[in-house]
Write a protein that binds this ligand. Structure first.
Ligand SMILES: C[S@@+](CC[C@H](N)C(=O)[O-])C[C@H]1O[C@@H](n2cnc3c(N)ncnc32)[C@H](O)[C@@H]1O
Length: 216
């Protein structure tokens, strides 16, 4: 067998392994929430060319951030969104980076320090338990997180309460995530929490949706 054949066999093997792991993870996730472990955080970084609605720069551009805004990055992971959002809102703005896992927050913190960003606040916690401050945020982002949360309505209610009136929640989902949530399901859950869909970007299998908290 020539060297080229060996390389092709190895690549095919790795691809098959990846597909099997993804399918098992997706199947198990339907029974109980399995958060993406922090040692796998490197997998979140490369931006999938088939899923532009998941790219940090697009999500951020659609959010129309202004200097001085307060933003909640719920389920921040290694800070893929946190850092560019913190740059956009500037020194008079702030980003609260919330995550369940200490390892993810440590990565976000060291990257924020390396970038000289002093407007990132870290918080370890379980979204849905009511630990967020009330009516503090202009924007909230929930990027490939919702499917990992067991009590999704409580999580969305907590974000709703944490947003200022007229605040916007941006939810991103992609089929490449084992915890993918359909648009229909997200709209239903969001409506239960009091949100209304105001914008939709991308395609049914890879999208970003914006939901507004009405100014009652
Ligand atoms: C797939 S990662 C996405 C990270 C980041 N949003 C991104 O797009 O790069 C999901 C993250 O949500 C966090 N997470 C899951 N359930 C959570 C919960 N109930 N409260 C807070 N964070 C949670 C996980 O620890 C993980 O870091």
């Amino acid at each position: 067998m020539c060297e080229m054949d060996t390389v092709l066999w190895i690549l095919t093997g790795l691809l098959v392994l990846f597909i099997i792991v993804s399918l098992v993870w997706r199947w198990q996730s339907e029974k109980r929430a399995i958060p993406c472990p922090s040692w796998l955080s490197w997998m979140l970084e490369p931006e999938n060319p088939f899923s532009p609605a998941n790219h940090a720069r697009n999500i951020i551009a659609w959010l129309q951030l202004q200097p001085g805004m307060s933003v909640l990055d719920a389920g921040c992971g290694p800070g893929r969104l946190t850092l560019p959002v913190a740059e956009k809102v500037g020194k008079n703005g702030r980003v609260l980076a919330l995550d369940l896992q200490e390892g993810m927050l440590q990565r976000t913190q060291s990257r924020a320090q390396a970038a000289g960003l002093n407007n990132v606040i870290l918080m370890q916690g379980n979204l849905g338990e009511g630990n967020l401050p009330l009516q503090q945020f202009d924007r909230a982002v929930l990027v490939t997180v919702l499917g990992e949360i067991p009590d999704q309505v409580s999580a969305l209610l907590e974000i709703y309460a944490a947003l200022k009136p007229d605040g916007i929640l941006s939810i991103t989902e992609t089929i490449f995530d084992p915890h993918f949530q359909t648009r229909e399901k997200v709209v239903k859950l969001a409506n239960l929490a009091g949100f209304w869909e105001v914008a939709f970007f991308g395609k049914p299998l890879a999208y970003t949706m914006q939901l507004a908290k009405p100014n009652a």
